[in-house]
Design a protein around this ligand. Structure first.
Ligand code: HT7
Ligand code: ZN
Length: 873
């Protein structure tokens, strides 16, 4: 397969002004008739052939302006249809046949639990009909769906319903019109035996919008939270960005087989059932919050993505980075803002930093790709959002909002570029953002080495910042970035933020300094007492910050920093220093000794006044094994696991009473609600229970069993079950697992949790358990949720996946090879842990590479080929 290059972009030679589609549904032989009104662009010659995308289509007929074409009039291959001579303006009529029931790739039109649904982003529409399948071709659509009245009583497509009726042989039809020009990746069709819940939203201009969530009948009681989240999102986008919904109907459909979380199709969002269905007895707090965030994300795309879309797929972060930033702000406003930031950054620093340091590292705007679905990555989404966040902080909210207004108004109905977006921000703020644009072009995580010195005589604090970005594949030299560093100086005597004066300018007590050069020294004057610097507050830039903090300084920041994020970060850094020592001790076979300063810091946290329980729960959470691994030059999975367990148990032993008191104080019989207050209380209670269970005391076991048996809500049940199953006691684990498995055998989403809990336990029988569970009737390799819950989760189980006999790697490779045929997109994503082989010891490196080589021997999809090639390069 050949890469596509950003530099080769050419505007389309032909545009489509209107698209008419008729689907005659059949599992094995759906007929799709298309009538495209097309026009040649003025810039191209009249000799320019018409080239349309089309894959896995059986062509039945073709005509131009009603005149059938013969074989001599066109050329057809596996990917394209080429018609050498067409008029300047014409209608192209085609009919093709497709087979939704055998479409296991879940791109284009496919079947999920008997219903028909579509996924067209990024390039799935070409599996439905011959079309210029690129985002810069935007057309209005009229769609007629014909189905069986009994098996498909509900027939949905984008826009507004305009006609429906009965046909012969038990068939019926529905016609939908979408008046907003859209690229074909936003096309959607759903047909099946679905049931709806309905609500209304009145927009800021007073229009009434009907809101519908369509689900299978058994799931009707799981839609309330998504509906409430949708209404909150609609109100938030009006209040925060002045953006109103633009159709009379907004629909969400839940499907069980879906490659990602959800899809923002115009007026007809399609959701993975895992990303929309909730019930207190089946979904955890984390799922409730996730659903709220994803519903918001897809809704926000109506403006950032649909009304203004991307010129080409290299600009993907234009819509994704901006929309993630918007959904992050929405969730922060709706829940606890500091906790949202801590959770987002914690995930980002673990997973995106790893991506940026691996063989598939790419810029926020890549300059080439083989398979675009491989680029729906943490870099495009999450780093893209961090870049938009920096932009917002740099120009200030008012300018950012005016810039967003300008962007939505100037480019409404157009397909544009990242320059167009940043240009609006430069216009409204007057800032020069040219150096800032490097964030979009340069891959890799920048590192800042910081060094500070206090001059008692002059009352000055000299802060030197040095930046460097490590080489990434295909990008050896890097240029300095514009890095906004938000900071304060915390006085060691007063414990307060000191006033900041930089080069004679008074900045207040919390300020942003701009690092633009490779190295800069900032001299703060009138610094009355020796300070500890608090740097990169609120994670003001997606960088790694190195500052030689002592443990005493970190303990000081943990209790005194005015920035909640940095208080948490100081705790994480303090724990990391202790963990580093313990990892070294484990490796050298030396006795492990717990750092008393960490115990003291935790004691203060547990016994001091609690202003935000959710933040406290985060502060009591140790860095994950994956995050610790990111900090090590060579990952020693066993030492990391042993060190972290040692810290957990030492803390539990030293602070048993404090954890027990925290657990007791936060138990509650209140009816479940996914409110920030209740979620915070549950998370604090459950983290305390985790520590108590780490030493497997009889009292803790009794707490855990009681919480499991009480069956109050899934958050508590799942937490208790996980602790029981992850304990060393089979007498605790087996009965609980059995009871849970039997109770929820009918609910696929709960069974996914049951799979994950079992394959993430640290005990050494996990690999065999994965093999056994792959035969379980609730598992199917064709369902991406099942693959993620069982195989994906196993690959995150660090001690078991990285077994020294290499069987964990072999199992993953087996599944990748099978999925490469069935669902290449999921197969390519699943390989990720193997691509990180360079981070491990030589034995594991060689075992991982062996499996990559084995995969490479197969006839590969372009998706898997691209990832494996990069991993082995
Ligand atoms: N914009 C949506 C992307 C998406 C997708 C991409 C490739 C393959 C399958 C997919 N399903 C959804 C999701 C979003 O960012 O909102
Ligand atoms: Zn998105």
């Amino acid at each position: 397969p050949q890469p596509v290059y950003l530099s080769d972009y050419q505007p389309p030679a032909y545009r489509v002004t209107h698209t008419e589609l008729t689907f005659d549904l059949d599992p094995a032989a759906t007929r799709v008739k298309a009538r495209l009104l097309m026009e040649r662009n003025d810039e191209v010659s009249d000799q320019t052939p018409l080239v349309l995308n089309g894959e896995h289509l059986a062509l039945i007929s073709l005509a131009i302006d009603g005149t059938p074409l013969t074989d001599a009039d066109y050329q057809l291959n596996e990917k394209n249809l080429c018609i050498p001579k067409v008029p300047a303006s014409f209608s192209l009529e085609s009919e093709v046949e497709i087979a939704p029931s055998t479409n296991t790739a879940l791109e284009g039109l496919y079947q999920s639990s008997g219903m028909y649904c579509t996924q067209c982003e990024a390039e799935g529409f070409r599996r439905i009909t011959f079309y210029p399948d690129r985002p810069d071709v935007m057309a209005t659509f009229t769609v007629t769906v014909i189905g069986d009245q009994e098996s498909e009583p509900v027939l949905l497509a984008n826009g507004n319903p305009v006609d429906s009726g009965k046909l012969e042989n038990g068939r019926h039809f529905a016609t939908w019109e979408d008046p907003h020009p859209k690229p074909c990746y936003l096309f959607a069709l759903v047909a099946g035996n679905l049931h709806k819940v309905e609500d209304r939203f009145s927009t800021m201009s007073g229009r009434n919008v009907t809101l519908q969530i369509w689900v299978e009948k058994d799931n009707l009681d799981k839609t309330e939270h998504a509906m409430a989240s949708l209404k909150r999102s609609m109100a938030w986008d009006e209040q925060t960005y002045g953006r109103e919904y633009d159709l009379d109907l907004f629909m969400i459909v839940a499907v069980s087989d879906f490659n990602m979380g959800a899809m923002e199709n115009k007026g007809l969002n399609i959701f993975n059932s895992a990303a929309v269905l909730t019930h207190p007895h089946t979904a955890t707090d984390a799922t409730f919050q996730n659903v709220e965030g994803i519903v918001a994300h897809e809704y926000f795309h109506n403006w950032s993505g649909n009304r203004v879309t991307c010129r080409d797929w290299f600009q993907l972060s234009l819509k994704e980075g901006f929309t993630v930033f918007r959904d992050q702000c929405f969730s922060a406003d709706t829940n606890s803002a500091p906790v949202k930031r801590i959770q987002d950054v914690s995930f980002f620093r673990t997973a995106q930093f790893a991506e940026d340091a691996g063989p598939t590292a790419h810029p926020v705007r890549p300059d080439h790709f083989i398979e675009i679905t491989n680029f729906y990555t943490l870099t495009i989404y999450e780093k893209g959002a961090e870049v938009v966040r920096m932009l917002c902080n740099l120009v200030g909210w008012d300018n950012f909002r005016r810039g967003a207004d300008q962007y939505f108004e100037r480019f409404d109905g157009q397909a544009v570029t990242i320059e167009d977006f940043v240009g609006c921000m430069a216009d409204t703020s007057g800032e020069d953002l040219s150096q800032f644009m490097r964030w979009y072009a340069q891959a890799g995580t920048p590192e800042i080495d910081a060094h500070g010195e206090y001059d008692y005589v002059k009352s000055e604090y000299h802060l030197t910042l040095r930046q460097r970005t490590p080489a990434t594949p295909g990008q050896t030299t890097k240029q300095p970035l514009h890095i906004p560093v938000r900071m304060g100086l915390v006085g060691t005597k007063s414990g307060q933020d000191l006033a900041l004066t930089l080069e004679g300018e008074t900045l207040g007590k919390d300020a942003v300094i701009n690092l633009r050069d490779n190295e800069q020294t900032f001299v703060f004057t009138e610094v009355a007492e020796a300070p500890v610097p608090s740097l990169l507050r609120d994670f003001s830039a997606p960088v790694k910050l190195h500052f030689p903090y002592s443990r005493e300084e970190l303990a000081f920041l943990l209790t005194h920093d005015s920035d909640g994020f940095n208080r948490w970060d100081a705790g994480q850094r303090l724990a990391m220093l202790a963990l580093d020592d313990l990892i070294a001790a484990h490796r050298n076979g030396v006795e492990k000794v717990m750092d008393a300063r960490v115990i003291e810091a935790f004691r203060i946290l547990l016994t001091g006044p609690v202003s935000d329980k959710a933040v406290l729960a985060e502060m009591l959470t140790l860095p994950s094994e994956a995050y610790i691994a990111e900090q090590q030059p060579i990952v020693d999975v066993d030492a990391i696991h042993a060190a972290r367990e040692f810290v957990r148990q030492s803390l539990a032993l030293a602070l048993r009473d404090e954890f027990a008191a925290t657990f007791e104080a936060n138990r509650s019989d209140e009816p479940y609600a996914p409110t920030p207050e209740q979620i915070a209380q549950r998370s604090l209670k459950n983290i305390a229970l985790s520590y108590l269970m780490s030493i497997e005391e009889e009292q803790a076991i009794a707490f855990c069993q009681a919480q499991f048996a009480a069956d109050h809500n899934m958050t508590d049940v799942r937490h208790a079950l996980t602790l029981l199953v992850h304990s060393d006691r089979d007498d605790l684990s087996s009965p609980a697992l059995k009871a849970f498995g039997e109770k929820w055998a009918h609910d696929p989403l709960v069974m996914d949790q049951w799979f994950t809990i079992q394959v993430t336990r640290p005990q050494s029988d996990v690999l065999e358990r994965v093999q056994f569970l792959m035969q379980h009737p609730a598992f199917s390799i064709k369902n991406p949720n099942k693959v993620r819950a069982l195989i994906g989760a196993f690959a995150q189980n660090r001690v078991n996946f990285h077994r020294l006999d290499g069987q964990g790697y072999a199992l993953l490779a087996d599944v990748v090879i099978e999925l490469n045929r069935l669902n290449p997109e999921i197969a390519a994503r699943l390989i990720t842990p193997l691509t990180r082989w360079q981070r491990f010891d030589e034995t594991r490196q060689s075992l991982m590479r062996t499996q990559l080589e084995r995969i490479k021997q197969e006839p590969l999809s372009s998706n898997v080929y691209e990832v494996v090639e990069k991993a082995l390069a």
